[in-house]
Design a protein around this ligand. Structure first.
Ligand code: F6R
Length: 260
């Protein structure tokens, strides 16, 4: 695992956007796995700036969704499909036909989960998966004690996650209880995992992810099992790390051509 401590969220967004741009330049039809929530926004903004400046051709890029609420009407502004259309597909000029996501309104949800796994495989697998982290250590919506081998399935959100996400809705009662999420086993199949965490509210989960034992209690700790996992954090999120100085020195002496 590589840990990169950056000055702030904008610097983290720029660093990751540069890595995604390098991927797209090398592989124009790459499959880019995206997360929702507040944390990844600086990445999408930095990528959109490159597209707007004509520096990046995203016309062949494929984008896939990490998770989705169950039962939100398709046109609800907080369905993750709607959020990603607004925050990723439109600003990055990715055609709708290049978007993959699970159907949170399917009559047969387990079949929709299985179908999504097949779609990801048929698309060649995820090249780079961007992740955020919940204050309880979740990735995607794999809440604590999710199987580290899990595949795309229905999960029940913890009360803590529902409270964390209530800011996007008109109060807690509106936040769905159920979601579809790529499993931890699914996420671990991506070729490169990049987790961005910013702010002191994430410091405890970040320390457990990087320096704690691999445990389903902290689903993000599964990144320790991945051969190419990068964790990008700002100073407040790095506050509880024991080896922060080591991570800083290692990254400072890394040749820039290596990227992340
Ligand atoms: C959502 C997702 C979640 C979020 C996490 C952090 O697609 O994957 O794991 O990344 O809940 O959310 P923010 O960034 O809003 O703190």
């Amino acid at each position: 695992m590589e840990v990169v401590i950056v000055a702030d969220a904008a610097a983290g967004g720029q660093l990751i956007a540069d890595a995604v741009a390098e991927l797209i330049t090398r592989k124009p039809d790459a499959l880019f796995g995206v997360a929702t929530g507040s944390t990844p926004l600086p990445v999408y903004e930095a990528l959109a700036a490159k597209v707007a400046a004509g520096e990046l051709d995203t016309s062949h890029l494929k984008v896939c969704q990490l998770d989705e609420y169950v039962g939100l009407p398709a046109d609800h502004p907080e369905s993750y499909h709607a959020v990603l259309k607004r925050e990723v597909l439109e600003p990055l000029r990715v055609p709708d036909t290049n978007f993959l996501g699970p159907d949170g309104n399917a009559e047969d949800l387990p079949a929709a989960c299985a179908a999504y796994e097949q779609q990801l495989t048929a698309a060649g697998g995820v090249d780079l998966q961007l992740l955020g982290i919940g204050t309880d250590g979740h990735i995607g919506f794999n809440e604590p004690i999710s199987s580290l081998a899990s595949r795309t399935r229905i999960k029940t959100l913890t009360e803590r996650t529902r409270i964390d996400n209530a800011r996007f809705f008109n109060g807690l009662p509106e936040v769905p209880h159920h979601v579809i999420t790529q499993g931890i086993g699914t996420i671990l199949q991506a070729r490169h995992l990049v987790l961005l965490a910013t702010g002191h509210a994430k410091a405890e989960a970040v320390a457990a992810t990087i320096e704690g034992p691999v445990s389903s209690l902290i689903p993000a700790s599964a990144l320790q099992l991945h051969p190419h996992a990068t964790v990008v954090i700002d100073e407040p999120a790095a506050q509880q790390l024991k080896l922060a100085d080591y991570y800083r020195a290692t990254y400072a002496s890394k040749p820039t051509w290596q990227g992340i």
